[in-house]
Design a binder for this molecule. Structure first.
Ligand SMILES: NC(=O)c1ccc[n+]([C@@H]2O[C@H](COP(=O)([O-])OP(=O)(O)OC[C@H]3O[C@@H](n4cnc5c(N)ncnc54)[C@H](O)[C@@H]3O)[C@@H](O)[C@H]2O)c1
Ligand SMILES: [Zn+2]
Length: 369
């Protein structure tokens, strides 16, 4: 049985289908949702491809996709760059030179495959349809939904990209069983983010044991928590698809210092680990500014620790300058200021663009000391 969450975007609306064991019927599901392309371009990475590439391709063939081309990019953040993007576009052009035979692009992987492949699909022939098949907890709850697609460029994260919505997201939770504990925890950081700033009830549920059940891959908890996160994200995206109204900024909680640290540490930290540290830093700022209580900051820090996530990156004082520099290259750096999402209490937030540099410096220093 599949749980369905709709991302309500008018003509660009699409369903997110969540279940266990549904990869085997990927092709059938795509056909049932009106995706009638003759061919498919399956983008993945060597790790995910080795585990799930064959069943995915088989299911596409069984559903009548005639030509299924598989292309791989390197695993992890190192694969999310202009060169791999360019190679992916070259593979699309090489295998599908005829406009009449344009493929459905199927993105089988975590956020890196989804972000890079979604961007390639968004610009190839000014846009070909794509679907997301997330294989990490992080991509299931966050990156596969919402249509932000991008690659890193010039030392800046996600600076080359587009808004382009998938036609469908199929999330097979049984694929998460092969994730390393570290990658699972990394996804839990985004789950805690949703609880922290979007939903007090999710936050409390995680505190009362759902976090541990999620990390131990309890089937019922996985469906429940992933679909709650997707619903929360879908609601935000539906109100601010193009990130113009400030509403979508909520999803950036922990990402200002988090992204800067992720880049400066040269990806020694996963995305989730970096934003875990970033959320602690942002809630520390919120406390200093009188926006949130120490009680909430400590609850948040406690939950992140329970998930096995780092709350600081000690012994890396040398990263102070690189982090500052990266902050100034952040996508949301505007008029000399960074945008911070500050938690107020569980499920509530506000943004701040005028935080004194002294406080920001202090927050960075405590994150890396
Ligand atoms: N577009 C958005 O809205 C959005 C939101 C959040 C994060 N992101 C981006 O997502 C990226 C991080 O995504 P991620 O955490 O999924 O990382 P990832 O795609 O790098 O995957 C993490 C690792 O897990 C492996 N893996 C993936 N699925 C697996 C499986 N089922 N079994 C075993 N191993 C598996 C991968 O090979 C990789 O080594 C970052 O680049 C971040 O910027 C984008
Ligand atoms: Zn993120």
């Amino acid at each position: 049985m599949l749980t369905r969450v709709d991302v309500e975007l008018g003509t660009r609306a699409y369903p997110v289908l969540i279940g266990a064991g549904c990869l085997a019927s990927l092709g059938e599901t795509l056909r049932a949702h009106g995706l009638t392309q003759t061919n498919a371009f399956l983008l993945t990475n060597p790790q995910v491809g080795a585990l799930y590439g064959l069943p995915a391709a088989q299911s596409l063939h069984d559903a009548g996709f005639q030509k299924v081309v598989r292309h791989e990019i390197p695993a992890s953040e190192e694969g999310k760059n202009w060169e791999e993007f360019s190679k992916t576009c070259a593979a699309l052009l090489e295998h599908f030179p005829d406009a009449g035979a344009s493929p459905l692009v199927v993105l089988l992987g975590g956020g890196v495959v989804g972000d890079l492949g979604g961007f390639a699909a968004a610009v190839y022939r000014r846009g070909v349809p794509f679907v997301q098949v997330p294989t990490t907890l992080l991509s299931a709850v966050d990156s596969s939904v919402g249509g932000k697609v991008a690659v890193n460029f010039g030392g800046v994260k996600n600076i080359m990209g587009a808004f382009s919505q998938p036609k469908l997201v199929l999330c097979d939770l049984s694929l998460l069983r092969s994730l390393s504990p570290r990658e699972l925890r990394s996804g839990a950081a985004e789950v805690i983010k949703y609880g922290g700033v979007c939903s007090a009830s999710l936050f409390e549920q995680l505190e009362s044991g759902a976090l541990e059940r999620l990390l131990s891959l309890d089937a019922e908890t996985m469906v429940d928590i992933v679909s709650q996160c997707v619903r929360l994200k879908a609601a935000v995206v539906a109100r601010d698809e193009f990130d113009k109204l400030g509403i979508r900024n909520v999803l950036n909680f922990g990402h200002t210092i988090g992204h800067a640290l992720e880049l400066s540490a040269h990806y020694d930290l996963t995305h989730g680990e970096a934003i875990s540290i970033g959320m602690v830093a942002a809630s520390g700022l919120a406390v200093e500014l009188g926006v949130c209580s120490t009680v909430f900051r400590d609850r948040l820090t406690g939950l992140l620790k329970r998930a096995g996530l780092p709350v600081s990156y000690p012994g890396h004082e040398a990263l102070f300058e690189p982090v500052l520099k990266a902050l100034q290259l952040d996508k949301k750096f505007r008029n000399g200021k960074n945008l911070f999402v500050l938690p107020e209490r569980a499920g509530a937030w506000r943004q701040a663009e005028d935080i004194p540099w002294g406080l920001v410096h202090g927050a960075i220093k405590s994150a890396i000391r």
